[in-house]
Design a protein around this ligand. Structure first.
Ligand code: FES
Length: 506
């Protein structure tokens, strides 16, 4: 498996097979955990600044969200600028807009400097209202985009066969092939003696006397001045377990019959929204569609979501064939903006998380923030996105909603004693949480009819996992840890696998 699920994303055939692991590890300036867009971009940037770094990943680069993104780079976000102005003020929103523009230029500079062939294209984004009641929201977004100096115009045409009432064209967007991009950056990093460990889980860490020590699952003990968690929610019990909520998103890629004259991206204003973009790769044209997002663990029939997405695409577009369907996980921050910077209360630890659906942009923006902080330079954007920030009042609703959601799961998992369900109701290829005689277990029946029983208690903080039929995995609804059918850890913040079911323990 080269990604954290059974479905195969459009990008996965590019998974790097050429990574050579570092043989002897030693002492580093910076240890970066997580080789997605955030970790890989950061490690290259820090190397360029003369630091000796190590990047560690439990799997292969791009195994988690970077391998499952729809790979758009935008100068606006899922939290719209009217909301950001209202919650954080106009100056802050302008700073963020400028940082987004700088981020796009930074990605482009990397692509040019390292000659990265990654289907990079620049284009406009067409945001539209599909119903009259969405018009005001579109007007508010348009007004705010103008205020923060993002080049935007009203338009009466969009380059997609979608019905709409009003539309705006937001200029200055981009898109690429995310795995080609990070794989090439990593190659450049290794070419310059950069060190990497893949297939290596960081099991323990300690921050003491100005030094960080990590212990890996194969027994390596490695030290560094700083540790950067580029793994979404950092492991352990910390405030980000409450401030960041995991969501699932669905995507498909359809090959088009005819060339597209100009690359473009679009979305409507439904909640959750539908998102579409064109993509050109190796002389062929594709349509990438995404949407139908839900909180991890909340959707019971995750496999039927693909049918809904396909129906949406069939209704609005002509295409040759669907070449990929996949789902992926992302993380919504409590107050709408990501947390990038120093871990609160820790001098040598940094985090970058809570990107919402804008992971390519914020994951790259981390390289404009964290290296500066390490070098002692605090900027307006680092203050705005600081993980220690005091959240404005307007964000409280989100904090409470998401925090409450996690708490409800937590309490219910601990104290519920629901009725028995018969094991033989589980079909081949299906998983179920079974409660019987006061015992709870996660049961999966494989395609040879054999049953696999696991203890459903997530090793992170004790919530019960739920079944995800789309990706054939056990997902934790509290903070998004995910596990394979045999209990193997796919995504943190948990640091260990689900245990096998032991009836004497329950
Ligand atoms: Fe936190 Fe499972 S991810 S309890």
């Amino acid at each position: 498996m080269s990604r954290d699920g059974m479905t195969k994303s459009f990008w996965e055939n590019e998974t790097s097979k050429e990574i050579i692991n570092t043989e002897n590890v030693g002492d580093y300036d910076h240890i970066i955990v997580g080789a997605g867009i955030t970790g890989v971009t950061l490690v290259k940037e820090l190397q360029n600044r003369g630091y000796k770094c190590l990047i560690v990943d439990k799997e292969n680069p791009g195994f988690c969200t970077t391998g499952g993104t729809t790979a758009h780079i935008n100068n606006f976000f899922d939290s719209s600028y009217d909301e950001i102005i209202s919650d954080f003020g106009e100056d802050a929103a302008k700073n963020l807009a400028q940082a987004a523009k700088d981020t796009l230029q930074y990605i482009k500079k990397n692509i040019l400097q390292y000659h990265i062939s990654c289907d990079y294209d620049e284009c406009s984004f067409y945001l539209f209202s599909a119903e009259e009641k969405q018009n005001k929201k579109l007007d508010d977004i348009f007004g705010a985009l103008k205020k923060v100096n993002i080049d935007t115009i009203q338009t009466f045409e969009i380059p997609f066969t979608l019905p709409f009432q009003k539309a705006i064209e937001i200029k200055g967007q981009a898109q690429f092939h995310p795995l080609r991009y990070i794989n090439r950056l990593l190659k450049e990093y290794q070419k310059n003696s950069g060190e990497i460990l893949t297939g290596t889980l960081v099991k323990e860490f300690e921050n003491k006397d100005g030094k960080v020590t990590i212990k890996t699952d194969d027994g390596k003990i490695i030290t560094g001045k700083n540790l950067i968690w580029a793994t979404h929610i950092p492991p352990g019990a910390n405030r980000f377990s409450i401030l960041v909520a995991p969501y699932r998103s669905y995507a498909l890629t359809a090959k088009l019959d005819n060339p597209v004259h100009k690359m473009a991206q679009t979305a409507d204003l439904y909640d959750p929204y539908h998102y579409i973009r064109y993509h050109k790769s190796n002389g062929e044209y594709f349509l990438i569609a995404g949407g139908f997002d839900h909180k991890t663990g909340d959707e019971k029939a995750t496999d039927s979501v693909f049918e809904d997405l396909e129906e949406y695409v069939n209704t609005h577009f002509k295409y040759k064939e669907i070449v990929a369907k996949w789902s992926s996980q992302y993380y919504i921050p409590a107050d709408g903006l990501p947390y990038i910077g120093k871990m609160p209360g820790e001098d040598n630890i940094y985090i970058s998380t809570g990107y919402n659906g804008n992971g390519m942009t914020f994951g790259s923006m981390a390289s404009l923030i964290i290296p500066d902080l390490i070098d002692g330079k605090e900027t307006e954007i680092s203050k705005l996105l600081s993980p220690s920030r005091i959240k404005p009042a307007a964000s409280a609703k989100n904090v409470i909603t998401e925090g409450f959601n996690a708490s409800v799961h937590f309490v219910k998992d601990k104290f519920s004693s629901e009725k028995i369900e018969e094991l033989n109701t589980i079909k081949n290829g299906e998983g179920k949480i079974i409660k019987h005689d006061g015992k709870t277990f996660a049961a999966y029946r494989d395609h040879t009819s054999e049953l696999h029983l696991l203890n459903p208690v997530c090793p992170h903080m004790g919530c019960n996992v739920v079944w995800n039929p789309a990706e054939v995995s056990w997902d934790c609804p509290c903070h998004g840890s995910r596990f394979d059918i045999d209990g193997t850890l796919l995504n943190g913040p948990a640091l260990s696998d689900l245990k096998e079911f032991d009836s004497s323990e329950h």
